[in-house]
Design a protein around this ligand. Structure first.
Ligand code: BTN
Length: 314
């Protein structure tokens, strides 16, 4: 948590504007925020410039519509941990460059309105048009590298839990990292990490969620939360709910994450084929291990463990 003293004044300013029925005078803002009228005016001008629908009258200022911006000052208590860019190549690239130059370690949430070179697993493109939620959580889990996939599992379990419970959408996890709704992809997760075999130095988990972004026709099996629910979705509220749910789970081994993952998976119990760079294996998915590897029972009754690959349900 960031000390309230270091909070961006825009956080409180917006909170006041949102909690005021009519106009809020410059004088009240200046008094409540303990900053000069000129400073208030500068913050108001910056908010307007960023697109906030602010109207001004002789009595003061008011916010005329609900907004859905992802600027750091929208996240009370976390402003220092949130990084937002309107346009990036990929939030994964931005996360890496921040980590390389970081003086201190700490969790960061890196967000972008759109990505010009969003990527998925195996360097596939992740089309990232405005209206979606594109984020990278920059983390320092105390785990060996072989357990890095636990963070992918944690993000997947959190996404499915909140999609089911808060958005009433029948989401499930397709091993290893796809979130599907009735066979269509609503979200994907990409984990990249650096370290030594027995210790992760840092780990970036990138999450792309189709909220109300336009899906290109070429992507046949994709869906958005907007079309599934028929409602306009507030991405900031989605993100806050996601972070709360993510924190309900733990990447620590034996913490119950595997049980949750299995409950939300649509892979366990199915006959699947996994295509990996080394081999293709077909069998019934019978379990998942603590490190995220999938246990298959093949047709000749051999039990085999698969660590990575692309999965096709039969
Ligand atoms: C996949 O399904 O293969 C994973 C897709 C991950 C996409 C997200 S969007 C935010 C972050 N930045 C990226 O470039 N990729 C991840």
């Amino acid at each position: 948590m960031v000390n309230e003293k270091h909070e961006n004044p825009k956080t409180k300013l917006l909170e006041m504007l949102r909690n005021t029925a009519g106009e809020l005078s410059g004088e009240t803002m200046s008094r409540e925020l303990n900053i000069s009228r000129t400073a208030v005016w500068k913050h108001i001008a910056e908010l307007k410039e960023k697109g906030y629908p602010l109207s001004a009258s002789s009595r003061g200022y008011s916010l005329t519509e609900k907004t859905d911006f992802l600027y750091p000052w929208e996240f009370p208590g976390e402003t220092g941990r949130v990084i937002y860019q309107p346009e990036v190549t990929s939030t994964m690239d931005l996360a890496k460059s921040i980590q390389l130059s970081a003086k201190t370690k700490g969790k960061l949430i890196i967000l972008a309105e759109k990505q010009n070179k969003g990527r998925g697993r195996r360097n596939r493109a992740w089309v990232s048009k405005p209206g979606g939620l594109y984020m990278t959580l920059s983390l320092y889990p105390d785990l060996p590298m072989a357990y890095g996939n636990r963070v992918t599992m944690q993000a997947a379990a959190a996404l499915v839990k909140m999609l089911r419970e808060q958005y009433r959408v029948s989401a499930s996890i397709k091993w290893p990292n796809d979130i599907l709704v009735e066979g269509d992809k609503i979200a994907g997760i990409l984990t990249e990490m650096a370290g030594e075999p027995d210790r992760i130095q840092h780990l970036n988990v990138g999450i792309g969620i189709n909220i109300q972004n336009r899906i290109p026709k070429s992507l046949e099996r994709a869906c958005t939360l907007r079309t599934l629910t028929g409602a306009k979705i507030n991405r900031k509220e989605f993100l806050l709910a996601f972070m709360n749910t993510f924190n309900e789970f733990s990447w620590q081994p034996q913490s119950g994450l595997v049980t949750a993952w299995k409950k939300y998976s649509n892979t366990i119990g199915k006959t699947v084929t996994i295509r990996s760079p080394f081999r293709d294996v077909t069998g019934k998915a019978i379990d998942i291990n603590e490190d995220g590897s999938l246990v298959l029972k093949t047709r000749n009754n051999t039990v085999t463990t698969i660590h990575n690959g692309d999965l096709c349900h039969e």
